[in-house]
Ligand binder design. Structure first.
Ligand SMILES: NC(=O)c1ccc[n+]([C@@H]2O[C@H](COP(=O)([O-])OP(=O)(O)OC[C@H]3O[C@@H](n4cnc5c(N)ncnc54)[C@H](O)[C@@H]3O)[C@@H](O)[C@H]2O)c1
Length: 341
């Protein structure tokens, strides 16, 4: 598969490039980045590729050389780049979040279906080994019927982008489109799909910029999101004001509970039998490079089987709708709002 990366920053370099370089079936041909220092870095790390300032330049120069456009630019550039790549007949892998609202999502999905090209959001957490293991246990009935899920994500600040562009773009509403709710909420919602199946029916939320409520250009640093998920109540707490980095994803069922706590998956039944299992996952490596090969395998499978509605695309639509309604709920005082997808 011949690939072009759009946006050669942190995730492209540390998360995606290692897999492109380690597999014979993947061929990185080009990199697009408006910043010359980032294009130079790409050339240094992967000599022989073509580099361009814009995706239009690439598509004009060598349209036949690319099968898949891998969009790793900051959030606000995702939809325009995806639209351009799909219109040129390319398959698209897009870093999360694919879309920031439902209208945007429905529009881009329609284009992908019309063009019969894969539009694949990079929901990589579903391929994290500890999440895969926990999902198998839940599906096997190890905790009975899931009743309640509680996901906690603490970070000591927002993640920084590469210094050559705008390292604090995640706090800028105009570029990020939202703060931690979208940045980590995507992953939490994707994990909920893996662990629980089904779909959320209602959302309620409180979204705040704790300690800095007055600056309306800054994205939020804390989000408490509740989802009515079939018969399961899901609570997602996300914050950038933590003291240490930690993540845990816990599901309580009728017969026991399961908790993913970084690399540990702990199963506790109602008789207090504790079955801990260490599943090496590298949760604390923010590039998640070790999960990316599985993302690519899934992409190849969907292209080969011409399935243009992968699970992660369905999730991306739900994420866009949840985020739109979560912000609405928060401004209206935190009440439930129905979801249609
Ligand atoms: N799935 C994950 O686990 C994960 C992890 C980190 C980041 N991400 C996502 O990856 C994306 C990039 O994040 P990052 O941390 O790598 O950011 P970054 O700031 O490190 O890199 C962004 C790069 O995009 C370039 N760029 C800026 N404007 C551009 C444009 N119009 N067209 C093309 N390139 C442009 C910048 O020069 C920079 O090199 C974000 O959408 C983020 O949400 C996903």
């Amino acid at each position: 598969m011949k690939i072009a990366i759009v946006g050669f920053g942190f995730i492209a370099q540390k998360g995606h490039l290692p897999t492109y370089q380690s597999r014979d079936d993947l061929n990185l041909r080009a990199v697009v980045d408006p910043v010359s220092a980032r294009r130079e870095e790409a050339l240094k790390l992967h000599p022989g590729i073509r580099v361009y300032e814009t995706l239009s330049d690439l598509l004009e120069d060598c349209p036949q050389e690319i099968d898949l456009v891998d969009i790793c630019a900051p959030n606000v550039f995702h939809i325009p780049a995806a639209r351009q790549a799909l219109a040129a007949g390319k398959h698209v892998l897009c870093e999360k979040p694919l879309a920031l609202n439902l209208a945007e999502f429905e529009d881009i999905k329609q284009l992908a279906l019309e063009k019969r090209r894969l539009l694949y959001p990079c929901h990589n957490y579903k391929f994290a080994p500890s999440v895969v293991h926990a999902a198998k246990l839940v599906r096997s009935g190890a905790i009975g019927e899931p009743l309640y899920a509680s996901f906690q994500v603490y970070r000591v600040s927002h993640a920084r982008g590469v210094p050559e562009w705008q390292p604090h773009w995640r706090r800028d509403k105009a570029i990020a489109g939202g703060g931690i709710a979208i940045d980590h909420g995507v992953h939490a919602i994707s994990i909920a799909h893996s662990l629980l199946g089904g779909a959320p029916k209602q959302v309620a939320a409180h979204i705040r910029n704790l300690g800095n409520d007055k600056d309306t250009n800054l994205t939020e640093n804390t989000a408490l999101i509740c989802l009515d998920w079939e018969s399961v109540l899901v609570q997602i707490n996300l914050t950038w004001v933590g003291s240490v980095r930690k993540s845990s994803f816990r599901v309580q069922g009728t017969e026991g509970e399961i908790c993913i706590d970084n690399d540990d998956v702990i199963l506790i039944d109602k008789n207090k039998n504790v079955t801990p299992c260490i599943v090496p996952t590298d949760f604390d490596d923010p590039s998640h490079s070790s999960w990316f090969s599985a993302v690519i395998n899934d992409i190849q499978h969907h292209i080969a089987t011409e399935n243009y509605e992968p699970a992660s695309l369905i999730e991306a639509g739900r994420v866009a709708e949840i985020m739109e309604k979560a912000h609405q709920s928060s401004t209206q005082g935190g009440g439930w709002l129905s979801l249609k997808l």
